[in-house]
Structures are given as structure tokens and as C-alpha cells.
Design a protein around this ligand. Sequence first.
Ligand code: BV8
Length: 247
Amino acid sequence: MDTRDEQRLREAAHMLSRSTRVAVLTGAGISAESGVPTFRGEGGFWRGRSAMELATPEAFRRDPEGVWEFYRFRIAGLEDVRPNDGHRALAELEGRCDRFWLITQNVDGLHRAAGSRNVIELHGTLASAQCQACSYRCPSDALPGQPVPICPTCGDRLRPAVVWFGESLPGQALAEAEEAIEDCELMLVVGTSGVVQPASSFARWARSRGARVVEVNLESTPISDVADVSLFGPAGVILPRLIEMTA
Ligand code: BV8
């Protein structure tokens, strides 16, 4: 890490050590070091189709079997992945704050597996499936065996309990995220390309009301424009160092 990076890390640690109300927004990048493919990196493609195209109600209407193949592949992939040092550093940080919110765009469940408690799953979770017609819900590892799982209650199709593009976010999660944005003194944005709305507006919103913004990513993103400090490097390396410097 060169002196400029060290300087930025010290600046970020100084801001974080003076903040007792901290909001964190994470994206696929924080799970990359656990082996979970990111959404827009090379892992964002599956049998030549982009995750963006598959993660939509239209794709599910048109090709429910293909969409379920994509999700069963991702659900199965989660069996072998574990939280990394970046997830664990955020669980450690939570214990040091008076107020702490972990808003995640990820659907892999790794923050809770790392011990984080106040996790807001903005885009749902791969851990469950839900009926598209009634309130039936089941764990993804107990899915009915049909290629397109059928609801045992009403006979309609089950779908993954994630938020697809074009769908509104869960009201409760959005309300909790808005409370975090309004109340935090610092927002830490980790591993997101900052293109998916409304999550990609959260940092600008927090900054506009006076919160500090610290970004952790491999490269600059649209969020870099609103960040007080951007720390470039793998989250699994940067976050443990950042948290250690604020001890
Ligand atoms: C909605 C679940 C109301 C599914 C996902 C304006 C306002 C509101 C909505 C829109 C708008 N404009 C357009 C929209 C519609 C749309 C949208 O944002 N489209 C974009 C693409 C333009 N938004 C919606 O539809 C949302 N709904 O707003 O409802 C509405 C509806 C319709 C019209 C208007 C309003 C719902 C969005 C939710 C979609 N569901 N996931 C599933 O997983 O299958 S989003 C999906 O993308 C994942 O959740 C993922 O987390 C998320 C965001 O991507 P990132 O996490 O950022 O991942 P990405 O791969 O892009 O980037 C990884 C980053 O990590 C990179 O920067 C990389 O450099 C970095 N990185 C890599 N390795 C590391 C690292 N960093 C650190 N360390 C490392 N080791």
C-alpha cells in the first residue's frame, strides 16, 4: 500500500473512530473473496445469458424453467461459500457502534453468517422461495422437486424470494434503509458498482444531509464522486485494517 493509500486509510479510520451511528451499504464485491460471482463481473453471465436479463419478472414469465435453473445453480453454489474477513470486520464494527445498520444488496446471507445482526436485505434472499400468488414461503433447501416448484397451498408457481429488476423493494427493508440514511453520521459503501437504483442513491442522500461517506472498492465508481474518502483494494484486506485502526 503506497503512502497515498495509507494516508487515505488513516483519514477514513479517523472519520470512523469519531462516528457512533454508522450505516454500511454492501454489494456483490464484498462476497467476491468468498467465491460468490459478482453481478456484473465475468460471473454475471450464466450459459451466455446475463444475470440482469434473468433477474426479471418477464424472464420468469417467458422461461420459468430457465430462470429456476439459474437460481438453483446459485442456491447450490452458496452451500460451499463462507463469510470472508470483510464480512467479519463489519460484524466486529457493529459491536462498537451505538447505532449500526448493514444494508445489503446481496442475497447470499453471508453477513448474518458472519455474525452481523442488524442486516437489511434490500433485494431479498436466496435462502427462501415464495409463492407468486399466496403468502406461502419455504426454505430454498426444501424446494419441491418439479423444474418449476409448485406451491403446495394454492398450486401456483414458487419463485426465489429476491427482488427482480422492475419490482419494488420490500417496504419494511426500504423504511429501515431510509432510517439509516437519515440517522447515520457515516456511511461505509463496500463492493458495489453503484448502478442499481434506489441503493445507488443512498450515499449521495446521506452526504446531502451531512453524513461522511467512505467507499471501499477495487476501482472508482459513480459513488466515488460523493465519497469523502475512497479506499481502493479488496474489501477482505481493507476492512479488517480499517476496523483495526479504529480500535
Ligand atoms: C425499484 C436480486 C421501483 C436478484 C437485484 C431509478 C429509480 C428506481 C428504479 C430504477 C431507476 N432506474 C432504473 C431503475 C430500475 C432498476 C435499476 O436500478 N436498473 C439499473 C440496472 C439501471 N431498479 C429496480 O428495478 C429496483 N426496483 O427501484 O422499484 C421501480 C421499479 C421500476 C421502475 C422504476 C422504479 C430493484 C432492483 C433490485 C434488483 N435485484 N438482486 C438477484 O440477485 O438475482 S440487484 C443485483 O445488482 C444484486 O443484488 C447486486 O448486489 C446488485 C447491485 O450490483 P452490485 O452489488 O453493485 O454488484 P456488481 O457486480 O454490479 O459490482 C460489484 C462491485 O464490487 C464492483 O464495483 C467491483 O469493482 C467491486 N468488487 C469486486 N470485487 C471486490 C470489489 N470490491 C471490493 N473488494 C472486492 N474483492
